[in-house]
Design a protein around this ligand. Sequence first.
Ligand SMILES: Nc1ncnc2c1ncn2[C@@H]1O[C@H](COP(=O)(O)OP(=O)(O)OP(=O)(O)O)[C@@H](O)[C@H]1O
Ligand SMILES: [Mg+2]
Length: 266
Amino acid sequence: MSSLAKDITPPSSGAPMVKAEGVHKSFGLSHILKGIDLEVLPREVFCLIGPSGSGKSTFLRCINHLEKISAGRLYVDGHLVGYRQHGDKLYELKEKEVAAQRRDIGMVFQRFNLFPHMTALENVMEAPIQVKRESRATARERAQRLLDRVGLGDRAGHYPSQLSGGQQQRVAIARALAMQPKLMLFDEPTSALDPELVGEVLDVMRDLAEDGMTMIVVTHEMGFAREVGDSLVFMDDGVVVESGHPRDVLTNPQHDRTKSFLSKVL
Ligand SMILES: Nc1ncnc2c1ncn2[C@@H]1O[C@H](COP(=O)(O)OP(=O)(O)OP(=O)(O)O)[C@@H](O)[C@H]1O
Ligand SMILES: [Mg+2]
């Protein structure tokens, strides 16, 4: 398979790809994120684990500004997410500017959300044509290459209903890559799949990591975290409890909350 190198937008600065400083998020009276500090370096595979309700999805949604943070600072590739800073004042970006920031971030969810009336190829072509105003020929050429890359070159003309869950999820990954992101966010990309289909999706993610994509992966796949992850964070109740190299955290957790969580999932 070919490398994805030309489909990855390189970071524009020497800054961390993602930097969170004291990030808080509340929904009404519920305080969900309670001061998240972390850094994700370019080309890093950064795994995020933690119990249900600990705020993992909320944090990912803050990174591409689907949710607005309540306090703190969040940067992607050296730029504040959703704001511009002048002196010590913050100004909210216009929706168009937020959309431009979001374009550089690919997101893959548990549910694939492919357009059911479009073929795999058309699903992958859609955003570059609609959002980037690319020509159909350019979009088609890249879409075919990306489908080849995720092992589905021969399924380009299939509709989502004619594909397995694992194949649909690989199309969803190709669709996110079609926007040539500099960062990919995965929110439990394999948890809706039958066990025998998990491996093919993790293989694609492993290839992507080898090609140098910066990835934040919320996952319950501890084997993937251990083998592919460069960093791992255990989150509970809106705080980072423990972080480090996946092998260290998984085999030698320091905190009781981490130990208790791992004893249930490992
Ligand atoms: N839009 C919202 N409005 C109100 N509360 C919300 C909203 N989104 C999330 N929450 C709450 O925030 C908390 C964290 O949710 P989140 O989805 O981030 O957890 P999670 O760690 O991803 O859990 P899971 O492993 O089950 O996916 C939950 O208590 C949830 O109910
Ligand atoms: Mg979640």
